[in-house]
Design a binder for this molecule. Structure first.
Ligand SMILES: [Zn+2]
Length: 497
C-alpha cells in the first residue's frame, strides 16, 4: 500500500517537474535524484519483503501439508517412550534421530559424546495417610535424583510448610524427625504460567536439602501444576553439599492428594504419612548429543543452532517435554531442504541430552564450541511444550532485538505476535557470550503444566497442527536470521566489494 502511493506520487512529480528540469535548476535536479534513489530503495525493500513473505508462506505450507514432525514424534513417544538420561530408551532415541537426520541428506550428521547421570525410579512408589481408624493411599512419585526410603518404607508425622522460607518459622524443634510437606501452590493469577512455576520450583529443587538441615526425615512436595488431579509431577532435585548420610527421600504428591493431606492435617495434626520408594543413583554413563548440519553457502563459519532436548522424564513418554522440540528442530532443517532454501550460514540442529537432570548436553555443546573457536550467531530452542505458537523470547542486545522486531509483520498472517526480551532455553543458555542471540519458541503456556513431567505427557496430548505450526514458526525465524544476519555482527566484518 505504502509503495503504491509512492509510485503514484513519483509519477505526478516527474511529469510536473519535467518543464522545470529543462530550465536546468540544479537544486531540483539533485532533489530528483534523491527521489529516484528513495523510490528504488523503497521498491527494493518492497520486493524483499514480498520475497520473504513468500518464503515464510512456503515454509508453513510445507510443514502443514507435508510435515514429518508428527510421525517422528509418534515414533519417539510410542515406539521408544520416556527417555531418562542413561536409559536404554535414551540411547535408542539417539540412534533413531541420528538415522532420521541422515535420511535428510544433510552435509554432516554426528554424535557428540557426553557423560550423563543415571538415576532409576525402581518399583512404583507407594504411599498412604493414616489417621485414627482411617488409611487412604495417595499418589506420589520420587523426584529425580532422590535417594530411596528404607526398604520397609518411611513412616512419620507431617509438618506442612508454604515454601523454603517457612521452615525457619517452625525451627528444628518442630521439624526434626518429621516429613516436611511443601504445599505452596502455583499462583493461578499469573498469566505467564512459567512465572508461576518459577515461583514454586525451589520447593522441589532444594526442598530436601533445606529440610534435612532442620533434621527432617523426608519431604513431600506439592506437584507443580495448576490442575487439580491425581497425577504427581516429578522433576529434578538436588541435595547441594549434603553428605550421603544426610540425604532424605523426596517425592512429589498429586495436587489433589496435596489438598487432601492438607485438609486431613487440619483435622489431625498427628496423622502418620507412610511412603516407600526404591529409586537409585548410579555412576555417570556415556551418552550423546545428536547433531546435524547444512553447511552455509556464503558464511559457513557463522553458525545458527536450532534445538530441543532428547531426554525426558520417565513417567509419560515426554511428547511435550521435549519430544516436540526435538522433532520441530529436525523439521526446520528438513523444511529448508524441501523448499530448496540453501542457507548462507551454517544451519545446525542439536538434540541435547540430559536437560532434565543435569544439563550436561547443553554444557558439553558450548564447551566444545568454545574449544573449536566456533562462532554462533544465533541459537533457538523449543522446550515449552507443543501448543499453539505465539512467538519468541530473546536474550539479545537492544539493537539485535530491534532488528528481530522489524520482522514481526511477516509473522502476522500466522498469528505470531509475541516478541519479547528475556529468556531463551536451558540447553542453549551455556552459549551466552554477549554477542550470540539466544531465543526460545513461546507457545501458549496455559495447559503446559497439566502435562509437564507427569504420566500425562504423552503423544495423545500433542496436537498435530500445533506441532507443525511451531516447526514452521521456528523455520521462519531461522530463515530471516540466516538471510540478514545480525547488524551488530556484520558491522564487525570487513566490507566486501
Ligand atoms: Zn524440557
Amino acid at each position: 500500500m505504502k509503495n503504491q502511493l509512492l509510485e503514484k506520487w513519483f509519477f505526478i512529480f516527474v511529469s510536473s517537474e519535467n518543464k522545470e528540469y529543462k530550465q536546468k535548476n540544479m537544486n531540483r535536479d539533485f532533489f530528483l535524484i534523491l527521489v529516484i534513489c528513495s523510490f528504488f530503495t523503497a521498491s527494493a525493500q518492497f520486493s524483499q519483503e514480498r520475497q520473504d513473505s513468500l518464503a515464510l508462506r512456503n515454509l508453513y505450507d510445507m510443514s502443514l501439508l507435508n510435515g514429518k514432525s508428527y510421525s517422528w514424534l509418534e515414533h519417539l513417544s510410542n515406539d521408544i517412550g520416556g527417555r531418562l538420561s542413561g536409559s536404554v530408551e535414551a540411547e535408542r532415541a539417539v540412534q533413531y534421530t541420528k538415522a532420521e537426520l541422515e535420511k535428510l541428506g544433510l552435509d554432516k550428521v554426528w554424535l557428540q559424546p557426553v557423560m550423563v547421570p543415571k538415576w532409576t525410579r525402581g518399583q512404583a512408589e507407594y504411599a498412604y495417610v493414616q489417621t485414627a481408624g482411617n488409611t487412604n493411599t495417595v499418589n506420589i512419585v520420587a523426584l529425580g535424583g532422590s535417594v530411596a526410603t528404607p526398604a520397609t518404607g518411611l513412616r512419620a508425622q507431617v509438618i506442612e510448610v508454604q515454601g523454603l522460607e517457612d521452615l525457619k518459622n517452625y525451627g528444628k524443634e518442630q521439624i526434626e524427625g518429621k516429613i516436611v510437606f511443601y504445599n505452596r501452590p502455583m499462583r493461578p493469577e499469573l498469566i505467564h504460567t512459567f512465572q508461576a512455576y518459577g515461583g514454586c520450583v525451589d520447593q522441589r529443587y532444594s526442598g530436601a536439602e533445606e529440610a534435612a538441615k532442620y533434621g527432617a526425615a523426608g519431604v513431600i512436595v506439592r506437584s507443580l501444576s495448576h490442575k487439580l488431579d491425581e497425577h504427581p509431577h516429578t522433576g529434578s532435585m538436588s541435595y547441594g553439599d549434603l553428605s550421603n548420610d544426610q540425604r532424605i527421600p523426596a517425592a512429589a504428591i498429586s495436587t489433589k492428594d496435596a489438598e487432601y493431606l492438607s485438609s486431613m492435617l487440619k483435622l489431625d495434626k498427628d496423622l502418620q504419612f507412610y511412603y516407600k520408594m526404591s529409586c537409585k543413583n548410579y555412576p555417570d554413563v556415556q551418552s550423546h548429543n545428536v547433531i546435524g548440519e547444512i553447511t552455509g553457502s556464503e558464511f559457513p563459519n557463522e553458525i545458527i543452532v536450532v534445538g530441543g532436548h532428547l531426554d525426558s522424564w520417565d513417567l509419560g513418554d515426554g511428547a511435550h517435554d521435549d519430544g516436540a522440540g526435538v522433532v520441530q528442530s529436525m523439521e526446520v532443517l528438513r523444511l529448508f531442504k524441501e523448499t530448496g532454501i540453501r542457507p548462507k550460514r551454517t544451519l545446525r540442529v542439536v538434540l541435547f541430552m540430559n536437560e532434565e537432570n543435569g544439563l550436561r548436553g547443553g554444557n558439553k555443546y558450548a564447551e566444545v564450541a568454545k574449544i573449536n573457536g566456533e562462532n554462533h550467531i544465533f541459537a533457538l530452542e523449543s522446550d515449552s511444550g507443543s501448543f499453539t505458537p505465539r512467538g519468541f523470547s530473546f536474550d539479545a542486545t537492544n539493537a539485535q532485538f530491534e532488528q528481530v522486531e522489524s520482522w514481526k509483520s511477516l509473522f502476522k498472517p500466522y498469528l505470531i505476535h509475541y516478541f519479547e526480551q528475556g529468556g531463551s532455553g536451558a540447553d542453549i543458555g551455556p552459549l551466552e557470550n554477549g554477542t550470540t542471540v539466544l531465543a526460545g519458541l513461546r507457545p501458549d503456556s496455559q495447559r503446559y503444566f497439566d502435562y509437564h513431567h507427569a504420566a500425562t505427557d504423552t503423544f495423545e496430548a500433542v496436537n498435530k497442527r500445533e506441532l507443525e505450526l511451531g516447526a514452521a514458526t521456528m523455520a521462519s525465524l531461522v530463515y530471516l536470521v540466516d538471510k540478514y544476519g545480525f547488524n551488530s555482527i556484520e558491522m564487525e566484518q570487513p566490507l566486501k566489494d
